[in-house]
Design a protein around this ligand. Structure first.
Ligand SMILES: Nc1ncnc2c1ncn2[C@@H]1O[C@H](COP(=O)(O)OP(=O)(O)OP(=O)(O)O)[C@@H](O)[C@H]1O
Length: 717
């Protein structure tokens, strides 16, 4: 199959309820959404956007390479010649618009919240609370942004104003994380900065309300500085029942083995680690919630981080994926708030005591649900706000009381800019996936955040940073945010992969990837699998292909409407689809039960993202398997070979001989991993790793951004 034209593969196949569709961009002109008008938008990526914006245009990236056809696991990587030399046309007009109808058929529709109602209701309710009715102008700003988004999402264009936003989630009880809302917006001015694009969080803004001249534009400023688009999506409410709130999955057989991982704490006078929850002396209600959440034993990052946060120290913590970093910051923050008390709910300005930021909407919502779970039965109110949702909705959540504000950066800055929250009482600033938050994509936003009017200085607040990866260059940037005596907790090795994930690298040329994927997935049956690809369009394309091959697949990426992304995630989480094809938007933080496999269809040239991607499986002591396709003809794959060898060997995984050969023949091409693994704490200087496969410090190595330039979904929130 790999040799055929992708167009022809996308002729009408079996019609699954989740088969994506590729609607024709009939509104494209009407909205003047062309390359020249999209400055700052993600489609400026030259590689990711070919001659057409309508799907997979001819000669576009996927399958466009000449390459060794090498499509068998265990095949002799170098022995297979067979340059096909043909340009695969990964684009397909046929792929568009064929399957519009049935994919949503499975969802029950629940009434309730319609955006218009929300706005009216909010307008009225907010009258006495400092909201001006002029914000109802949101109600009039329709269409453009949503329509543009719709045309570009692979799964059918959908007007966000259809407002049946509760249809899928409301009917799903159970696991507390099901309400992950995702969306995608574009058009912000700041996002036009070099090399990084498209993150463009949709931050609703009424220009008439702007009080500060922040150097960023909200999405609703419109793409040409004209009438802004608006977000009308109102996400479904989180679960209300105790069962729903405390739903969790079981720790795995290797949970106890976490204790064997070496932990290092650097910095002056760290408080001693605790060994049990009892030693933390947490408030009774919090302890009850912890046990209802199924936590009986601390993970290493929790053992060290909880006392550090309780001791009011700043912290940078690095621990492997799925090892409980979220609770490591939430529990001590909540404990402090419960012990010290929080300000009574004010009808005027809300002044949260804690702000937590994360790079994606799904992740921040997941963190919010955890915060809500641990704060259950207390007076502490966590709130979540993120782009892609109606700004009124965000504001209304805040005005109902907000002690812990969980937010994506764009929406947070917009709300601060509009003076809808005050920062005077802020005591905790948490950056989850901190290396991502400080990298060039979000770094400028984070700087704006810490220099926002009213933001307590780093001496006055506690700043906490968590991630599974912390490249040295990011550690340096982080110092600007942290007190000089911050502590650095490292569980295992900085940037190391989770050892519960079996990592398999197989040599596959571009032309063989599709066949190999189908073969693997068909062999896996209904086992839950995430497939990571480089581009949004490829995600949709592969999803269509998989559905045609009778694999129940859905996709999540930055071009899908938020509602669709929520549905996709829920369908995956609750078993309606067992395969989720994703861009890096789903690489970090997502905690989905029972993901048994990760398949990396396209390697990113950034090893950190590899570590996060494979970390979607093998969580919380459970085991998982990650299969990575490696194309030896692909320069990016070759670039990351050394780092990959290092990650594999550090995690005691088998390193294929052919990969080692590539790694060491790839002179002059290094990924950022060289510095990532060089040290524990950059304040200690570079520590060389004796006998390591990769040098700890690679002279002349490039300092990469967290994202490859041709990863067209490098921007997520
Ligand atoms: N002490 C514990 N006991 C039992 N389960 C736990 C414990 N700590 C965390 N968990 C569970 O483990 C899972 C992974 O936790 P979490 O999402 O916080 O990991 P993480 O380290 O933040 O991962 P990532 O690096 O991917 O963001 C969650 O389902 C969480 O509820």
């Amino acid at each position: 199959m790999g040799d055929e034209d992708w167009d022809s593969e996308l002729t009408a196949g079996p019609s699954f309820s989740f088969t994506p569709s590729f609607p024709k961009l009939e509104t494209e002109k009407a909205f003047n959404y062309n390359e020249s008008s999209n400055k700052g938008g993600e489609d400026e990526f030259p590689k990711s956007d070919g001659p057409s914006r309508r799907g997979f245009g001819a000669d576009r990236g996927f399958g466009f390479k000449r390459g060794n056809r090498s499509d068998g696991e265990g095949s002799n990587f170098f022995g297979r010649g067979g340059f096909k030399g043909r340009n695969e046309d990964s684009g397909s007009e046929n792929a568009k618009g064929d399957n519009n109808g049935p994919q949503r058929s499975g969802f029950s529709r629940r009434g309730g919240f319609r955006d218009g109602n929300v706005e009216e209701e909010f307008g009225e309710k907010s009258a006495g609370r400092g909201f001006s009715h002029s914000e109802d102008t949101f109600g009039q700003r329709r269409g453009r942004g949503a329509a543009v988004r719709g045309t570009r999402g692979g799964f059918g264009r959908r007007d966000e104003n259809n407002d049946e936003s509760h249809s899928s989630f409301g009917s799903r009880g159970g696991f507390g994380n099901q309400t992950s809302y995702e969306g995608r917006e574009r058009g912000g001015g700041l996002r036009g900065r070099g090399g990084y694009k498209g993150r463009n969080e949709d931050v609703g803004s009424d220009s008439g309300q702007v009080k500060n001249n922040y150097p960023f534009k909200s999405d609703e400023d419109g793409e040409n500085g004209d009438k802004p688009a608006r977000m009308t999506y109102v996400p479904p409410p989180p679960p209300e029942t105790e069962d729903g709130i405390f739903a969790h999955y079981q720790t795995g057989i290797n949970f106890d083995k976490y204790d064997d991982i070496l932990t290092d704490v650097s910095g002056i006078n760290p408080p001693p680690a605790i060994l049990t929850f009892e030693e933390a002396n947490l408030p009774e209600t919090l302890n009850k919630n912890i046990s209802k959440a199924g936590y009986a034993k601390l993970t290493p990052v929790q053992k060290h981080s909880i006392p550090i946060v309780l001791a009011k120290r700043d912290l940078m913590a690095c621990a492997q994926t799925g090892s409980g970093k979220t609770a490591a910051f939430l529990l001590p923050i909540l404990a402090h708030m419960m012990q010290d008390g929080v300000a009574p709910h004010s009808l005027d300005l809300q002044e949260p005591e804690a702000i937590i930021v994360a790079p994606t909407r799904e992740l921040i919502n997941q963190i919010f649900l955890d915060a809500r779970k641990f704060a259950y039965g207390t007076c502490i109110k966590p709130v979540v706000v993120y782009g892609g949702t109606q700004t009124f909705h965000s504001l209304r959540q805040i005005y109902q009381g907000c002690n812990i504000l969980c937010a994506t950066p764009g929406r947070l800055l917009d709300i601060i800019r509009r003076e809808k929250i005050g920062l005077a009482k802020l005591r905790y600033l948490v950056l989850d996936e901190a290396d991502r938050m400080l990298d060039m994509g979000f770094g400028p936003d984070m700087k704006i955040l810490i220099t926002s009017p009213g933001m307590p200085s780093k001496e006055e607040r506690q700043t906490l940073m968590f991630s599974a990866t912390f490249p040295e260059r990011i550690q340096s940037l982080a110092k600007e945010f942290l007190k000089s005596d911050y502590l650095f907790v490292v569980v295992g090795q900085v940037g190391g992969a989770c050892s519960d994930v079996e990592q398999i690298i197989i040599p596959v040329g571009q032309h063989g990837k599709k066949d190999k994927l189908v073969e693997i997935l068909q062999g896996l049956g209904t086992e839950r699998t995430m497939v990571f690809v480089k581009t949004k369009k490829k995600a949709d394309y592969l999803t269509t292909l998989l559905c045609q091959e009778n694999v129940l697949a859905t996709s999540i990426h930055g071009d899908r409407l938020q509602k669709e992304r929520e549905e996709a995630l829920a369908d995956f989480r609750f078993g309606k689809c067992n395969v989720l094809v994703a861009t890096n938007v789903a690489a970090r933080g997502l905690d989905i039960e029972n993901v048994q496999h990760v398949i990396i269809f396209d390697l990113s040239d950034n090893i950190e993202e590899y570590v996060h991607r494979i970390g979607r499986t093998g969580r919380c002591g459970n085991v998982g398997k990650a299969i990575t396709f490696f194309d030896s003809d692909d320069n990016e794959d070759r670039t990351v070979a050394r780092s990959l060898v290092k990650v594999l060997s550090d995690a005691q995984q088998e390193v294929p001989v052919w990969l080692e050969e590539i790694a060491f023949s790839a002179s002059g091409t290094f990924s950022s991993i060289g510095s990532t693994f060089a040290s524990v704490d950059s304040r200690r200087g570079v520590s060389h790793i004796p006998g390591g496969h990769a040098q700890s410090h690679i002279p002349g190595g490039h300092a990469h951004s967290a994202f490859a330039a041709d990863d067209d979904d490098a921007s997520w929130d």
